[in-house]
Design a protein around this ligand. Sequence first.
Ligand code: NDP
Length: 603
Amino acid sequence: MKKTDDIPQNFDPESVRKKYLQERDKRLVDGRAEIRDLRNDEHFARYRRDPFTEYQDREAMTDSVDVAIIGGGMGGVVAGAHLRKAGIRRIRIIDEAGGIGGTWYWNRYPGVMCDVESYSYMPMLEDLDYIPKNRYAFGDEIMGHFQAIAEKYDLVSDAMFHTRVERTEWDEASSRWRLSTDHGDEISAKYVVMAVGILNLMKMPAIPGMETFRGKAFHTARWDFEYTGGNIHGGLNKLSDKVVGVIGTGASAIQCIPHLAESAKKLFVFQRTPSAIGVRGNRPTHDDFSEDLRPGWQRERMENFQAILLGLPVETDLVKDGWTKHFGPTHRYPRDPSWTDAEYGRRLEAFDFEVMEEHRQRVADIVHDPKTADVLKPYYRYICKRPCFHDEYLSAFNHPNVELIDCPAGIERVTANGPVIEGREFPLDCIVYATGFEAETTPFYRRAGHDIFGRDGLRLADKWADGPKTMFGIMSHGFPNMIIMPCPGQQAVVTVSHTLITVEAGEHVGAMIGQLEQKEVSVFEVSEEAETEWCETILSTHMKASPIMAACTPSRINHEGNPNALSPLSGAYGGGMGDFFGYKQRLAEWIDSGELAGLLLKK
Ligand code: NDP
């Protein structure tokens, strides 16, 4: 086929596809997705313990509140803030963590930061009159910001930390929810907001023999600074005589590896699949950043970011980073109406190739040892794995104490001394599991970690066994007065920066419960018809995974090589990642009409 000007000369689609499939096949091995269920694993349950805040004994409590919010992360805090704005008085946040923060409470590994720019990622900046210190914020600033929101809206003094809800049950007689916790608390609540998080389940691979390892081992989401020394900004001074191994090279690993490389006597990095490491370009916020900001600037910035990632036309790219430069167009390549599908596909593939070549070239430019560089080069299409961004990760492999171990089929087994790859044992003092989290699409009832019983004892896990059934992705028939914060795979929409959908939903929760209270409603429930209609809307735009996804290297995004694993009911409004702007409009019109159509209301 004749090449046009925008198709790179070195692009040979056949050989690129062949190489990508070869690399994929090395990784598509049986058992790659097997994980340990940390809630029910006698050896690894202790990996969940909180190393950051001391546990305190306390008496069981009986209480009655207006709203119980399960989860004190971003979702819980933002929803709580908007409920306060709507005039709700008695709000109780309940969380297993020792404080506010959710993901950012638990993830304190050295180097932890957010690779979505802070001005979009940190919610409610205008409410708090806060401007982040850097373009990309470190975890402690983000956690501090969530705490500041919670303080401002008085969500902390009544919160229950280190408390796990064990059962949530609708009580028909009182028309209220009853929550029982692991402390023996009994909380009665008019409304429940489920804000349980999307990355709250640590993923520990099921590698044979892991439990026999005699050294120190922990997951990045429970970093043991007592063992390593230092803090989230590095300085891991207790590792100077230690041989450390990191398992995983995803978003968490690439942030902590430079610090481990700096401090450990020897560092082995066990890599199954290389991440695509784009430029981060972090910098302090310019002094004049806030000079020209008008009210509403943050929402405008967040929506501009989302629009670009959805391939929608914008006047200007306000964020201008790797997400907008690469993710937007590889996900939704701008299409000329005159192109056939084949022409579109050809240009998209060529563009993707260029993007990945840029990443591969970056590795070659930074990493001195050509063999190590080769292993670090990602061979798959950009959208196959969540992209990463970092400016110090690749150069960490130039440290003489760092060794990259290529193990595309994963780690064979772990002995008392350490991991074994192709018969070679790697004796270690410490294993850091940077193995991530169960997918965001893990069903809500599993992420919630406890049984939820609605009307007539209906168990949510049973009702949703074949996929979620909701209206707007946030309410379900049979579960009155309950709102479930939206997440991927739950009939709402997906936003790359989870903050955007969280803020949207948080405002919606506040407005909706405010309206219900004004109308003096005691019970609301989505009607069966309204729920069926929403499910049909979701099903009507459901698409099977594209051949591009099917050819991808296995990853969390494609359910470890099984892109059609989820039920069609798990789709988003508008199909694919979802039509964020259409969804937002639907919610706004629904609230603004004041009719709360589709809800059965009891005064
Ligand atoms: P990831 O799922 O991205 O990475 C896990 C890593 O562990 C992968 O490299 C994976 O290999 C590897 N792994 C898993 N099981 C095994 C095994 N059995 N043997 C060898 N290697 C294994 O997890 P992260 O914690 O890095 O990130 C999870 C998510 O958290 C991100 O996708 C992102 O959404 C969020 N996050 C966001 C950050 C941000 O800056 N915004 C920072 C950190 C996390 P393979 O690639 O082959 O699966």
